[in-house]
Design a binder for this molecule. Structure first.
Ligand code: FUC
Length: 781
């Protein structure tokens, strides 16, 4: 058995593999995440994904691991977890909150509102593909990389003077993960391949095929629901080699003396999103068979070209360079270390930005049907942190913040598809718990569509369903797709508005308010007795969400020329909402009263939704805009932004305040404090929302758009004085390419897909442009 003794003797640029065209394999150095050593932990491994299947590749040339995921492999089962006592208890809960009897409110909420059961189960890994290589000598020169331009992870090393290359990618068109091992120097490869899983699965081998078949066995648990034999799943790999032999042993496939080995691997479950449940009419193994058989006759080059054609169509739409790329000769972990020590590496920022786009493509596109969860699609744990769930009080929303502006609108359609399914259980929750119409959900859900209250009293966030619909209207605003608005978005948006209309009640002050209500996941002190409470009525976040949903519905009704009376009803209701207030500290007041927060540096800043992602606090509302700035500064002064996603949000908030320097400070802090060596965001631990929020924030520093206005370089920091970005989208169906020097736009090309008129703000001036469909204009300094 060979031991890996020395990873790096010299850094030698390893040559391009034979059999692949240079064009396919080599791209811009600035788009490489490269390393001198294999991953020693999961957080250093490199991800690939096709929206449905994911793999984390360690790049170990002796014992290689591909940790595998399939998006729908979850523990649990479909249950209605609405607390049946909620509706009857609602009047007494409301009364207690209106009269500031917080302790009593808490007891009612805890007894009658928590979900039955109150938790969900976890997203689970599919298993591992292990490759045990047998080399005649030690591995010497080594390098591994993820090339964002191709979506291919390659590991290159030299053994006995010959170079070997392992390449891995996840193909969407062929619905599988592909591994190829080859040697451009004619070296021969001996390796053993096996599939395994920690539990609930059996691996078998027949000839050149490895199978993993299983079923999630859940134990009864009062917290997460009934036990039983739940999700069925299967994985299958087929191995081919150009020469040598392939033998099967009990639990592995051994290939000897091959010049090229190709592994095609896929997986399936019996999950059916249409019913948010397992579907025993689906046989996961035969699904795998069908998928792999389709490509039995394809060559590696066929598989690569089909993958590249599909992947690049999305990835290549946007490019970004910020100044000179002078550090890509260094591996990413070393570059990150420099930044952690206070260094500046703007091209690492550009790489981080593109990596966020890559991760969204990899975790949210067809053939996937579930949106990116808390870890995108990559999870190694049977019981993941926060179950790797769909968290809907900021995290799932944040996952999709870059989708439109970063020119990946199809990724948000996956989210839209899931919301359409959630509407069904969400309508039951709206009626059963709150006696309202429409639909809603609380602060998290799973693929089985649990929409009751989860986790604890602080999970009582009845407006999280409505908040989720904002991304639908954004998709329309960016793309101008009225068919999508009419057929898919508006019905869900209207359902959310109907829920709100039926949920609002009159407060002692005479406003229409939400009750119960809660500013995620913060709490306050009751000034009369110092008691701490999270629940209240009319928290500021709810007011902002309601305004947004109502305005979106009013806008949609006007575009679609329908529902005029409904729009009037929304307008009239909006007038009766409490105003967003500025409190005695000069910051946006988080609750209906000027309470002191128990955690002034809290990671959530839900009362700032009005600044980002919404556009309710703008320079046109100077008092609120200024108070919003003070709100962030206050949070930061008490240690805010300590989780990756919170830091990422702060970048977006400062970008909206047109404060490039502060936005940049927080980009630096995100890289310094909340980024792992494989550039995954860390909460800690790994949580992907910070990657997506960070990517959106960088875009927001370069372009912003609102009603009839596009703002170029609205928050450009001094440190980014020169650069070029291509392909960022603006509301109204516009796409912008911007080149700048000394912080000022030198040229900007604005393209319109639908035709339209907009103001463009740049270099302190404003220019009106009118474009026909598919027309563009170039603006100069
Ligand atoms: C929210 C956050 C936590 C974490 C969890 C998944 O509840 O408050 O920080 O991100 O989601």
């Amino acid at each position: 058995m060979n031991r890996l003794r020395l990873w790096l003797l010299v850094i030698i640029p390893l040559s391009v593999p034979a059999g692949c065209t240079r064009e396919k394999q080599v791209s811009d150095k600035s788009l490489l995440l490269w390393y001198r050593q294999p991953a020693s932990a999961w957080e250093e491994a490199l991800p690939v994904g096709n929206g449905r299947l994911g793999a984390m590749i360690y790049g170990n040339p002796v014992t290689e691991t591909l940790q595998l995921n399939e998006e729908s492999l979850w523990a649990g089962s479909r249950i209605n977890n609405d607390n049946p006592a909620a509706l009857e208890a609602l009047p007494s809960l409301r009364k207690a909150l209106f009269s500031s009897h917080y302790r009593e409110a808490y007891s009612i909420a805890e007894k009658d509102f928590l979900g039955t059961p109150p938790n969900i189960r976890s997203y689970q890994p599919l298993g591992d593909l292990t490759i045990k290589y047998e080399w005649p000598d030690s591995v010497t020169v080594y390098r591994r990389e993820l090339d964002l331009h191709t979506g291919i992870v390659s590991t290159r090393f030299i053994v006995g003077g010959k170079q070997y290359i392992q390449e891995v990618f996840a193909s969407a068109p062929d619905n599988m993960i592909v591994v190829r091992v080859t040697s451009p120097d004619g070296g021969l490869i001996n390796a053993a391949f096996s599939l395994s899983r920690e539990k609930d699965a059996v691996a078998t081998i027949t000839n050149n095929t490895g199978l993993l078949e299983g079923q999630v066995i859940d134990r009864d648990d009062v917290k997460s629901g009934p036990g039983g034999a739940h999700m069925k799943f299967a994985g299958e790999m087929r191995i081919t080699a150009d020469r040598g032999s392939i033998d099967s042993a009990k639990d592995y496939i051994r290939v000897k003396g091959a010049g090229e080995i190709i592994v095609r691997l896929t997986a399936a479950t019996d999950y059916n999103i249409d019913i948010l449940d397992f579907d025993r009419s689906t046989d996961p193994l035969s699904e795998c068979n069908t998928i792999l058989t389709r490509s039995d006759k394809m060559s590696y080059d066929d598989l690569v070209s089909r993958h590249l054609e599909e992947y690049r169509k999305m990835f290549d739409r946007v490019s970004l360079s910020i100044g000179q790329d002078s550090l890509s000769y260094l591996p990413v972990d070393e570059r990150l270390e420099r930044v952690r020590r206070g260094g500046v590496d703007n091209s690492l920022v550009a790489l981080y930005f593109q990596y966020g786009r890559y991760l969204l493509i990899a975790s949210s596109r067809s053939p996937g049907r579930l949106p990116a969860n808390l870890q995108g699609i990559w999870n190694k744990d049977m019981k993941a942190p926060w179950n790797s769930d769909f968290h809907t009080n900021i995290n799932l929303q944040m996952n999709y913040w870059p989708a439109e502006v970063c020119n990946l609108p199809e990724t948000s359609l996956v989210l839209a598809g899931f919301l359409e399914k959630l509407e069904v259980p969400g309508a039951v929750t709206a009626g059963e718990m709150y006696g309202s119409n429409g639909w809603t959900l609380h602060h998290l859900t799973d693929p089985f569509g649990r929409t009751g209250v989860m986790d604890g009293v602080w999970g009582i966030t009845p407006l999280d369903g409505p908040w989720m619909t904002c991304s639908l209207y954004e998709h329309y605003l960016f793309t101008g797709d009225t068919a999508f608005l009419r057929e898919r978005a508006y019905p869900l948006m209207k359902g959310a508005a109907l829920f709100i209309l039926g949920f609002l009640v009159e407060s002692p002050e005479g406003y229409l308010v939400t009750n119960p209500s809660h500013s995620p996941e913060n709490s306050f002190r009751d000034p009369s007795n110092g008691e701490v409470s999270a629940l209240t009525y009319g928290a500021t976040t709810d007011i902002e969400i309601i305004r947004e949903i109502f305005d979106n519905c009013i806008g949609a009704a006007s575009v679609l020329d329908s529902d005029k009376e409904f729009a009037v009803r929304l307008l009239e209701t909006e007038k009766r909402l409490p105003p967003v207030k500025i409190n005695s500290k000069g910051v946006i007041q988080e609750w209906i009263k000027d309470f002191d927060e128990t955690e002034p540096g809290h990671r959530h800043m839900s009362h700032l939704l009005g600044l980002y992602p919404f556009q309710q606090f703008t320079p046109e509302t100077p008092l609120l805009y200024e108070a919003a700035r003070k709100t962030i500064e206050r949070r930061l002064s008490y240690g805010g932004g300590h989780t990756g996603w919170s830091r990422a949000w702060i970048i977006n908030l400062f970008a909206r305040l047109h404060d490039g320097e502060k936005a940049w400070d927080n980009v630096q802090a995100l890289l310094r404090k909340s980024t792992l060596n494989n550039l995954f965001d860390t909460h800690p631990p790994f949580q992907i929302d910070g990657n997506f929020g960070g990517t959106a924030g960088i875009a927001e520093m370069l372009i912003q758009s609102g009603k009839g206005v596009i703002n170029l370089l609205p928050a450009i920091p001094l440190e980014w004085s020169n650069g070029e970005v291509k392909g960022l989208c603006a509301r109204g169906g516009f796409v912008a390419d911007i080149k700048w020097e000394g912080g000022r736009v030198t040229t900007a090309r604005i393209f319109s897909s639908k035709g339209g008129t907009t103001l463009v703000r740049y270099n302190g001036k404003e220019q009106k442009i009118s474009l026909a469909p598919d027309q563009s204009v170039t603006l100069n300094q």
